[in-house]
Design a protein around this ligand. Structure first.
Ligand code: MG
Ligand code: ZN
Length: 218
């Protein structure tokens, strides 16, 4: 019974995600859905990415959080249009929330839209928003067992960022093991170990983002 209810919810969500997707198509916008546990560094990754690409591309950001507009305020300082969704307790964004946000968020002139999901390594993987690709952010402070413990995130994603590699000397995180486990779950996953503090590894990630925009309508 409960399984059936969940399936109906996901089917309804997929239909709305399809509507969002058609809207993005009409405007020629590439959309990336960023997911991670709280504190992995999604907002910081976005700040660095916006600074690196804002001379090249029109960009926008939709921020999803249970409460506050802290992240939207941080993003707003980078001169990019940003809209905050507060889910009021819900632990993930769904397609309907994004659809409502888009009603007040002009896509004209935008080539790349980032959606920062609620910090949660579980159910955001199940809820399509109309994005071109999901990106999972994992930080070395969280432990290298996370791909196996939260497989759906890594299976649903096209890319995984392993953030905070500047902290590797201070942790037991095994970068090779985490990468291998993620690739066992999803052999097509693009994995980018990087640091948003030192910017080591950042060019690989930027190249992937640029490629997503370029290939969208190629
Ligand atoms: Mg954030
Ligand atoms: Zn949830």
């Amino acid at each position: 019974m409960e399984v059936k209810v969940l399936r109906n919810i996901l089917e309804a969500n997929d239909a709305l995600a399809g509507e969002n997707r058609r809207l993005f198509d009409r405007h020629g916008v590439t959309v990336l859905n960023l997911m991670s546990s709280p504190g992995a560094g999604k907002t910081t990754l976005l700040e660095r990415t916006l600074d690196a690409l804002k001379g090249e591309l029109g960009m926008g950001v939709i921020e999803g959080d249970i409460a506050t507009r802290y992240d939207a305020d941080r993003i707003g300082r980078h001169g990019v249009p940003v809209l905050q969704i507060n889910t009021g307790g819900a632990c993930h964004l769904d397609a309907n929330m994004v659809r409502h946000a888009l009603a007040e968020f002009p896509l004209e002139g935008m080539r790349l839209l980032f959606i920062e999901n609620v910090g949660n390594l579980v159910c955001p993987a199940d809820f399509a928003l109309g994005e071109d690709a999901k990106v999972t952010v994992l930080s070395v402070a969280e432990g290298d067992d996370k791909p196996e413990k939260y497989p759906a995130m890594f299976q649903a994603s096209a890319a995984a960022v392993i953030n905070k590699i500047d902290l590797l000397p201070y942790t037991d995180f095994n970068l090779a093991a985490a990468t291998r486990r993620a690739l066992e779950l999803n052999p097509r996953l693009a994995v980018f170990p990087l640091s948003c503090r030192t910017m080591e590894g950042f060019e690989g990630w930027l190249g992937w983002v640029r490629g997503m925009v370029r290939d969208r309508f190629a």
